[in-house]
Design a protein around this ligand. Structure first.
Ligand code: ADP
Ligand code: MG
Length: 253
């Protein structure tokens, strides 16, 4: 198995508060990693660091062999320019808790915005691919709807289609259902589960334990900026080794 993501010794401090205390994590290509952990444990910061939305203070992250934020010249690392960082980021899809759709663009326009403006894909080709993606998330009939005309679950499915539009090597989900009304959670989890089964490499932060068990190859339990334990779902969920994992699971299950 080859590593799609390698996180090595990553530290991140906000002010005087060290939020990530030396994170190591490997995600193999074609696998699904679910990150569990209490609020404030550093889950979002870790995902954001992988996507270079946060710069880390120490340590390195690579995605498909490229160091995030750096390029290697001989055995030295040089910081990437903003333009190169944007290009690197195009390899990584990100689905946010609050959808983050452009309110003034239709569903289809949201999906094709990055391919057209960032990658200069021909409009007709981008639109055709965008329609296919909307169909894949069950929203073929909503291409011309604006976000305000869609339910939260539909908006999040548009956001997933948008995250896939650049054909990323990796997709990150940060609590994709926690802003949704309970009756809308299932449709979004179904889309993510289908994507997981198609072999997309993904890292998912969620509090939906049943869903985590269903889709995860590996579950990582993060607490206070440290990986406390990781392993297959049946081990971490049914036979956790650490007291802190047990305490967390007893609250969310
Ligand atoms: P989680 O996603 O697990 O709830 P976060 O990664 O969002 O945790 O946050 C971890 C800690 O870092 C929290 O204490 C949070 O308040 C703090 N934090 C996150 N982002 C910032 C920021 N931009 N500035 C200052 N503190 C932050
Ligand atoms: Mg978070």
């Amino acid at each position: 198995m080859s590593a799609m993501v390698e996180v090595r010794g990553v530290h991140k401090t906000f002010g005087t508060h060290e939020v990530l205390h030396g994170i190591d994590l490997t995600v193999h290509a074609g696998t699904v990693t679910v990150i569990l952990g209490p609020s404030g444990s550093g889950k979002s910061t870790l995902l954001r660091a992988i996507n270079h939305l946060e710069k880390v203070d120490r340590g390195l992250i690579s995605v498909d062999g490229d160091f995030i934020g750096y390029r290697r010249v001989g055995n030295r690392l040089h910081e990437l320019s903003e333009r190169h960082i944007l290009r690197q980021r195009a390899n990584i899809g990100f689905v946010f808790q609050n959808f983050n759709l452009f309110p003034h663009l239709t569903a289809l326009e949201n999906v094709v915005e990055a391919p057209i403006s960032a990658l200069r894909r021909p409009r007709a080709q981008a639109h055709e691919h965008g329609r296919q993606l909307l169909e894949r998330v069950g929203l073929a009939d909503k291409a011309d709807a604006y976000p305000r005309q869609l339910s939260g679950g539909q908006q999040q499915r548009v956001a997933i289609a948008r995250a896939l539009a650049l054909e990323p090597k990796l997709v990150l989900f940060d609590e994709p259902t926690s802003a949704l009304d309970p009756e809308l959670v299932g449709e979004v989890l179904d889309v993510i589960a289908t994507l997981a089964r198609s072999g997309t490499t993904m890292i998912v932060v969620t509090h939906e334990i049943g869903f985590a068990r269903e889709i995860a190859d590996t579950i990582v339990f993060l607490d206070e900026g440290r990986v406390v334990e990781q392993g297959p779902p049946e081990q971490v969920l049914d036979d956790p080794r650490h007291e802190r994992t047990r305490a967390f699971l007893s609250k969310v299950l």
